[in-house]
Design a protein around this ligand. Structure first.
Ligand SMILES: [Zn+2]
Length: 274
């Protein structure tokens, strides 16, 4: 499956997966379904996720390129997803010393090459709620990026001031200086922008023009899903007729995910790229 300019939409349950796949098909856009280790556990394990996604690809007649990708995988998680049938993994060895990150990434690159999977690696760490950093995101060392890129990874995540979760009011913005310095050294290597929620459209476009090929979006879908569900309940619709039926209760959230995904595919330029 070719990985073209695409975005990663994280999935959290059946409704999200269905909403993302249908929207990708409608817009003729390739898509990467991102699954964090926590979301994988929530959905009853990687095998369940693979079964659900493969079932939907067939039953919904999805023909656009779809990758099923592990987001921020540990070394063990990456191996488990490879065994379960994922088509792409991220090995996040950014918390290891660079030598150990290199060693483990190298081993996983060899496995992925043999099986025809894509692999994303991370250099430096991406700030945000996950590690308690609030304010400025971290910036990766371009020389370390080059070391990891040279191992033969498919794509590289590097901090350029981006952060996970909601961006704070005083966020300094993306560091295009860092992005440019990384790209000067890594050349054609597709770069990944994590924390895609809340980055202004002009910064996203500039980042894409400077080599960012994959943008991760999760929080924005979570916020849209929650807001639509809240609106439904606050309007008392769950108390009318059979409004309590989960198929009705979750329908506004499902539609909100579809709308968010459409907006992102248009912004990222992946429409009609399947
Ligand atoms: Zn991330």
């Amino acid at each position: 499956m070719p990985l073209v300019n695409a975005k990663e939409m994280n999935i959290n349950n059946l409704e999200w997966t269905k909403a993302i796949l249908l929207t990708a098909q409608e817009l003729n856009s390739p898509v990467i379904l991102g699954v964090s280790e926590g979301a994988g556990k929530y959905m009853c394990g990687y095998k369940t996720v693979v079964g659900m996604v493969n079932g939907m690809l067939e039953e919904l007649k999805i023909t656009v390129p779809v990758a099923l990708h592990l987001d921020h995988g540990s070394y063990e998680g990456a191996k488990a997803c490879i065994a379960a049938g994922f088509s792409s993994i991220m090995f996040d060895g950014s918390h290891y010393p660079i030598e150990e990150n290199v060693e483990k990434t190298k081993e996983l690159v060899a496995t992925c090459e043999e099986l025809g999977l894509s692999i994303e690696a991370e250099v430096g760490s991406i700030g945000g709620e996950e590690d308690g950093v609030i304010g400025a995101g971290e910036c990766a060392d371009p020389a370390e990026c080059k070391m990891i890129a040279d191992l033969g990874v498919t794509m590289l995540a590097a901090g350029i001031g981006n952060i996970h979760g909601k961006y704070p009011e005083n966020w300094a913005g993306l560091s295009f200086e860092t992005l440019d310095a990384i790209q000067q050294l890594t050349g054609e290597m597709p770069l990944v922008l994590h924390g895609g929620t809340g980055i202004p459209a002009d910064m996203i476009k500039k980042a894409i023009s400077l080599g960012v090929s994959k943008i991760n979006v999760n929080t924005e879908c979570q916020l849209a899903f929650a807001a639509a569900t809240r609106e439904y309940i606050e309007a008392g619709k769950d108390l009318q007729g059979k409004g309590f039926d989960p198929r009705k209760l979750l329908a506004p959230g499902f539609q909100a995910i579809k709308d968010t995904v459409k907006e992102k595919m248009e912004l990222f330029g992946s429409v009609d790229k399947a």
